[in-house]
Design a protein around this ligand. Structure first.
Ligand SMILES: Nc1ncnc2c1ncn2[C@@H]1O[C@H](COP(=O)(O)OP(=O)(O)O)[C@@H](O)[C@H]1O
Ligand SMILES: CC(=O)N[C@@H](CCC(=O)OP(=O)(O)O)C(=O)O
Length: 259
């Protein structure tokens, strides 16, 4: 009797979808219908999200300054409280509401829930209260997935002392994809993929991406996306896509297929 994986497991397809703050507030009915269709086709969905614009508005209302470095928000003690309350208190429940309204069973989570995302400071002197992912509670996610519930994860990590740490949404998405061995990662943003010299790229490879970063064609908020994508690809996740809300964009593969 062979013990090949395919003989013991029904083929599962698992997709992590990250919804960027840039596009989150404008998603329409047809976007959620598309998600529902993906789910009905048998794909297991895990949703993560950011919320940069909502955080910016809240910071401005309260007069707290912040700036980005390499696409990552340098997060002061005053800022982390606002990031935490905005993502967990506002953005996450609003998204869960939209999903459940669309008929998708969903439950909101953040790094504190069941120690979902245990984090440590990325580099406190440089970035302040920004985290890097140490561990992901995959059994919690597996339990929800097998119950047919879509986990909706806000990008807040918790350190071992219970301090909230801000983690870029793209980084959380790729770390979750790696932890649960996803078959694909979909980063939904406000542009239809990677644009180089005014042209959207339908395909990309790690070597092109490294070149585009060096030449300055990829910058700011696109950096954590492609960095997460490269990590996923090198760990064996077959495909990462960066797309707009119509799900059209750039597919990043380890190598160009058939070309
Ligand atoms: N080469 C590139 N192609 C497309 N967008 C890019 C590129 N380089 C930088 N960007 C910027 O990245 C932005 C998307 O990142 P971000 O604003 O952080 O979105 P999100 O909130 O979805 O994470 C785009 O709107 C664009 O301004
Ligand atoms: C550390 C860090 O950069 N955290 C991000 C978290 C939100 C996010 O990633 O939002 P988007 O999806 O809109 O980019 C921030 O504070 O903006």
């Amino acid at each position: 009797m062979t013990t090949s994986k395919s003989m013991h497991h029904t083929v599962r397809k698992r997709m992590v979808i990250k919804l960027g703050g840039s596009t989150l507030e404008g998603l329409n009915e047809s976007f959620f219908e598309n998600l529902k269709k993906l789910q009905e086709s048998g794909i297991e969905l895990i949703i993560t999200h950011g919320g940069g614009p909502a955080i910016n508005r809240e910071l401005a209302v309260r007069g707290v300054e912040s700036h980005a470095l390499n696409g990552i928000r340098v997060t002061s003690e005053a800022a982390i409280a606002i990031v935490q309350s905005t993502l967990i208190g506002k953005v996450n429940p609003a998204l869960v509401h939209e999903l459940t309204t669309a008929g998708i069973a969903a439950i909101g989570l953040n790094g504190f829930d069941g120690q979902l995302i245990v984090a440590d400071y990325l580099d406190k002197d440089v970035y302040g209260f920004v985290g890097e992912v140490k561990t992901v509670n995959t059994s919690l996610l597996e339990a929800l997935i097998s119950a047919g519930i879509v986990p909706v994860i806000a990008c807040i990590g918790a350190d071992e002392r219970g301090q909230a740490l801000n983690i870029n949404g793209d980084t959380v998405a790729s770390e979750i994809a790696l932890a649960i061995d996803a078959d694909s990662l979909l980063l939904v943003t406000d542009v239809s993929g990677i644009r180089i010299n005014n042209e959207y790229q339908s395909k990309a490879t790690p070597s092109f991406i490294n070149q585009w970063i060096e030449e300055g064609h990829i910058y700011g908020g696109m950096l954590p996306k492609v960095q997460g994508a490269l990590e996923c690809l090198s760990a064996g996740i077959p495909s990462v896509q960066i797309v707009g809300d119509s799900l059209v964009g750039t597919t990043i593969l380890s190598r160009m297929n058939g070309q």
